[in-house]
Design a protein around this ligand. Structure first.
Ligand code: FDA
Length: 454
């Protein structure tokens, strides 16, 4: 069939937060753009959908106070935010399955374990203070920290198993969504540095502060609306061809001729594109050392937010539960109550070996351990499973294997001729978050504009 040829200054592959931000900035600089998106919707890992009459945020949703690039974008687009419900007590379940209600940040553990947890947090905060999140490979101990898994580092630091399990939770299950033996301590320190400090990750009130009314996908939807006809849906890019004349980006229906291309897709998907000529050795090797984490985000909607009457905030943690964390995720102005839980990495693999019904029962049973019997009977239940999404392939984002960050990190964002890379998974500040996606989009656009001027 026939292929339409269009010409633009810059072509952007991927209509996620990063690609759409880059396109918006390039337009502001007076350049023409085309954004090619494989899916039939924009937003990538931001997706709000209506499931059985309930509005659910299937991908990213929370905004934290330090995320100023995201906050600026939200304000510019005229979107409103609301605070996550957090009145009342949180719940912690220990290794013995004992449930305790608590307030504040530190889980209710023995005085000894608390001392160990506080010491670990202080040690990690000190390591974070030595790191510029945009240059983690330049940390004074980068090479040695990248040689040891976070799990083994924790074992060296303390014999207290419960302290290790809890500190591990904040980075492994809750952020990188990989087992703590599968990523390095340098990668763990970057995760914390990208959010300001390790203490910030421990503070749920900080890290999960606000949501956007109508859902965070409003951000890419409005950015795309402003770009209008320059966003092309259902256009999976197959080939990026570069020669002296510029770049040619090919989908099954379109050929876009441009001066520069921004590849704004998760790095695990770079191999889905044929680069002609092939990417250099450094990139081809580096990209093999990045892989996606995996987490199931579970929504359970109830007639009422019953836990609130019980004096509970809906916030719950346990490294020993299938759903290692849970929060009140009730929508703005909604009379019904919604809980969100998360099942990460190997626990997620495990529940995908049983039937849908069995998995649902196991996950709801885990929520009932925190919030009581009523949690067993939601009116709407939904598991978001990004592992089955061919244009994402996991959640939340990509991270390096052991040794990869020190070895390759400095080249992660380096352009290759006219080819630029932009994604939350390559960001320093805001890494793995929408804030990082937006920061990278802005930086990549600025770098391109500066390069064209010179
Ligand atoms: P993203 O993956 O969103 O966009 C890439 C786009 O490229 C996609 O639209 C894809 O379809 C497209 N694409 C891929 N290959 C292509 C090809 N060959 N041709 C054309 N198009 C192609 N963050 C946060 O700040 N707060 C939060 O609460 C959460 N929570 C959270 C929960 C869950 C379940 C997930 C999955 C993720 C989060 N995140 C999050 C992370 C956040 O959603 C994520 O970091 C950003 O949305 C990523 O934006 P990008 O634009 O970088 O990539």
């Amino acid at each position: 069939h026939s292929v339409s040829i269009i010409e633009r200054d810059i072509v952007i592959i991927g209509a996620g937060a990063s690609g759409l931000t880059a396109a918006t900035e390039l337009r502001k600089a007076g350049l023409t753009v085309a954004v090619l998106e494989a899916r039939d919707r924009v937003g990538g890992r931001l997706h709000t959908d209506e499931i059985d009459g309930a509005m659910l945020e299937i991908g990213g949703q929370w905004v934290s106070p330090d995320q100023d690039a995201l906050k600026e974008t939200i304000a510019e687009l005229g979107l409103e935010t609301f605070a996550r419900y957090r009145e009342g007590e949180s719940v912690y379940i220990n290794a013995a399955g004992e449930r305790t209600r608590f307030e504040g940040e530190i889980f209710p553990v023995s005085a000894e374990t608390e001392r160990e947890m506080v010491a670990l947090i202080a040690t990690l905060d000190a390591l974070v203070a030595q790191m510029d999140p945009d240059r983690p490979w330049a940390h004074p101990h980068a090479v040695e920290l990248d040689q040891i898994s976070f799990r083994h580092w924790l074992e060296q630091e303390t014999d207290d198993q419960e302290a290790r399990d809890n500190i591990s939770l904040f980075i492994a299950g809750a952020m990188l969504t990989k087992p703590a033996h599968a990523f390095s301590t340098l990668q763990a320190v970057l995760m914390a540095a990208s959010a300001g400090s390790f203490s910030n990750l421990v503070d749920a009130d900080f890290i999960l502060d606000e949501r956007v009314v109508g859902g965070l996908q409003r951000v890419p939807i409005l950015l795309a609306e402003n770009l209008g006809d320059d966003v092309f849906l259902g256009q999976a890019v197959r080939t990026v061809r570069c020669d002296a004349a510029g770049v040619r980006v090919l989908t099954d229906d379109l050929e876009v001729r441009a001066r520069r291309v921004i590849v704004a897709v998760p790095p695990v998907l770079y191999t889905r594109i044929s680069f002609e000529p092939p990417l250099p050795r450094r990139q081809q090797m580096m990209h093999q050392h990045l892989s996606m984490g995996f987490v199931i985000k579970v929504h359970a909607v109830y007639e009422t937010p019953f836990w609130r009457e019980d004096g509970l905030s809906g916030t719950a943690f346990s490294p020993y539960e299938l759903s290692h964390e849970a929060y009140d995720n009730t929508n703005f102005g909604d009379a019904r109550g919604t809980l969100v839980g998360f099942v990460s990495d190997e626990a997620a693999d495990g529940v995908f070996t049983v039937s849908d019904e069995e998995r649902k029962q196991r996950i709801l049973t885990s929520l009932s351990h925190y919030f009581g019997e009523k949690a067993l009977s939601p009116v709407v239940y939904y598991e978001s499973d990004w592992g089955t999404e061919e244009w994402t392939r996991g959640a939340y984002a990509a991270s390096f294997d052991l040794g990869g960050l020190a070895r390759f990190g400095a080249d992660l964002r380096t352009p290759v001729g006219p080819i630029f890379f932009s994604c939350s998974d390559l960001a320093g500040k805001g890494y793995q978050h929408v804030d990082g996606a937006i920061r990278m989009g802005r930086e990549t656009a600025a770098e391109i504009v500066a390069g064209l001027d010179s």
